[in-house]
Design a protein around this ligand. Sequence first.
Ligand code: MF3
Ligand code: CO
Ligand code: CO
Length: 269
Amino acid sequence: MYDADDELLTRTHAIRTYAPEDFEGMRRAGRLVAEALDMIAAEVKPGITTGRIDDLIRQFTYDHGGLPACLGYKGYTRTTCTSINHVVCHGIPGDKVLKDGDIVNIDHTVVVDGWHGDSSRMYAVGQINPRARKLIDVTYESLRIGLEQVKPGNTFGDIGYAIQKYVEGQRMSVVRDFCGHGIGRIFHDSPNVLHYGRRGEGAELKPGMFFTVEPMVNLGKPAVKILSDGWTAVTRDKSLSAQCEHSVGVTEDGVEIFTASPAGLFRPN
Ligand code: MF3
Ligand code: CO
Ligand code: CO
């Protein structure tokens, strides 16, 4: 995901639409990132470090003909983002050891033949408490509800509105400082895909648009702050935060999810 303010300055060009044959490129990139996130599911257990997770995903990606898109991106030195508990996004993998009861988002982006596949999921470490479970469930449901709005003729505002309405109805909050983005041959492209908004606002969805939807949901208030490492975003009130992300394309009559899990492991058990 991307910093919304930064992008308002730079991401102002028209929204690209891709040709029908370009969907195949996105399918291959989306499948690889999904397979990497499937592979790591069995490894996310108490005792593993986030650095080890990152190493396994990087190796898997290279072994299967992909390149890690985040490695070297704006000076980022890792392959994935690993965001634990009150970390909203952009947690940097390292020596941190996962412990029973943690929830962790793993966000990975690959490049295959120039096409980007960007996805993230939540993973439950051992036994998690009911509040954490509920947060994860609401986050996944918000993505599903947002994607239900993806069809020609609807607008980006319809997606954001649907997500916000559902999440706030569950007495949780949607993070405003980061958003989804156009994707394709470019990692972070126009438009900003906000996870809040008003019906009918924003650009109209057209067949061949490729973008991510990646809502971040907090148990507490939506405000975030960035730690001194320049990347790690945490909730200001230290409440738990969760996220999930798909890369999708608009079809003639709806949506194609490029990053669906071949093994059915998109949601944690
Ligand atoms: N994968 C993230 C996204 O969803 C981007 C992470 S950029 C990084 O857009 F540099 F922090 F890795
Ligand atoms: Co993204
Ligand atoms: Co991502």
